[in-house]
Write a protein that binds this ligand. Structure first.
Ligand SMILES: [Zn+2]
Length: 284
């Protein structure tokens, strides 16, 4: 089985697809589109694996979303067993999400600031577990990193952690920053430890990503839909789907002022290099 496109980050496992999941996957298959379906906790990761075991064009990514963690959260060790499976091609989505943690200026702010720091520590600890698991299983990481508004704080903290592990483990530590929204400095740091970046349908309607999209070397860029979120033009406002991935690839080529054919091929090559288990399954 060969694929025209590979959407490296979708959530076909989410309830948004409960009513018509089978139909949607059939449509995706007919378009020769493959997708990595991404877990955000143990239950949703199990659902990813079920889909990946059932469908040839679906691959699983297993992990705990940092935005789901609270003050009592720990790394869910059941993920270790789940991830040790040939249908799992990456560990995540994992990382740091500071977007909702920023203390708002109000009374009682000191407590809030302490709580924020605690949560950051918990996110970092759980992230470290994902890194260890990826290294143990020799898999890439699918990073979710979201900074607090107007800053690069989560990216900087995540890079401090990743650079430390890169020093010890070299190229064995690898991965992709999903829904990349970092600045040029963050991009340079990620690239220098061999991490790729991917962009969603947002690039079809927001111009904030253009500078970075132009600056990424062609061999370090990938495309995703993050379905059911952020549908690209002309589907904006509707449920997104891996079916929309051609729109994202086309727009990336347009922003870079490069041939769509060249960009499309590079993105497939990059995806198979970062997630070799997809290529192995195609070859079978
Ligand atoms: Zn996601």
């Amino acid at each position: 089985m060969t694929f025209n496109y590979i959407d490296i980050h979708s959530h076909l496992n989410f309830p948004d697809f409960d009513k018509d999941r089978e139909d949607e996957i059939e449509k995706i298959q007919n378009e020769k589109i493959a997708t990595i379906v991404v877990g955000t906790d143990y239950e949703s990761s199990s659902a990813c694996l079920e889909l990946a075991e059932k469908y040839q064009n679906i691959f699983a990514c297993i992990g705990q979303h940092p935005g789901n963690l609270d003050r009592d959260s720990v790394f869910d060790e059941r993920l270790e067993q789940l991830a040790d499976n040939k249908n799992v091609v990456a560990i995540g989505e994992c990382g740091l999400d500071y977007f909702r943690l920023t203390p708002e200026p109000s009374e009682g702010n000191e407590d809030r600031a302490i709580a924020t720091n605690d949560l950051k520590m918990i996110q970092k600890t759980v992230f470290e577990y994902h890194i260890d698991l990826a290294l143990t299983l020799d898999l890439p990481l699918m990073l979710h990193i979201r900074s607090s508004k107007g800053t690069q704080d989560a990216y900087n903290d995540a890079l401090d952690i990743l650079e430390h592990h890169a020093k010890i483990n070299g190229e064995k530590l690898r991965g992709n920053a999903h829904f990349f929204a970092g600045d040029m400095g963050v991009l340079r740091r990620l690239l220098s430890i061999g991490f790729t970046v991917s962009f969603t349908g947002v690039v079809t309607f927001a111009r904030d990503y253009d500078e970075v999209i132009k600056a990424v070397p062609l061999e370090m860029i990938m495309a995703e839909t993050d379905a059911p979120f952020v549908a690209p033009i002309p589907h904006r406002g509707k449920r997104s789907s891996p079916l929309h991935i051609p729109e994202v690839v086309k727009k990336i080529a347009e922003i870079r002022d490069e041939s769509e054919t060249v960009v499309k091929k590079a993105i497939i090559d990059n995806t198979l290099r970062m997630f070799p288990a997809i290529g192995e399954s195609i070859a079978q």
